[in-house]
Design a protein. Structure first.
Length: 104
């Protein structure tokens, strides 16, 4: 239980630090590709880990694979987005207002 709390704290810190980087980028193909790769790796890693730990039944194996897939997809999409999606272009500054004409 103590490890789960440390893991949750680490994930929360990672999300807090990466919050500004996520806002400055447009979602593109890197986020999608990262999500696909992350889902694949998370599902395989979760299934392999549970299989090596003990003798799981079908429900346990399905739950771990689905959980690993969802977590891997979320983390992979976030990392792909932060690492290589293009940055948003800065908005052009507003045009200066024309000065009113002086009365004669």
């Amino acid at each position: 239980m103590r490890r789960l709390g440390a893991l949750a704290g680490g994930v929360a810190a990672l999300l807090a630090v990466s919050g500004c980087a996520v806002q400055d980028r447009k979602w593109g193909s890197c986020g999608v590709g990262g999500g696909i790769v992350g889902a694949l790796v998370g599902g395989v890693a979760g299934g392999a880990t549970l299989n090596n730990v003990g003798d799981p039944n079908g429900g346990q194996m399905a739950g771990v694979i689905i959980g690993g897939t969802v977590a891997g997809a979320a983390l992979g999409a976030l990392l792909g987005h932060v690492l290589c999606d293009p940055e948003r272009e800065a908005e052009p500054p507003p045009a200066p207002e024309a000065a009113p004409a002086a009365a004669p």
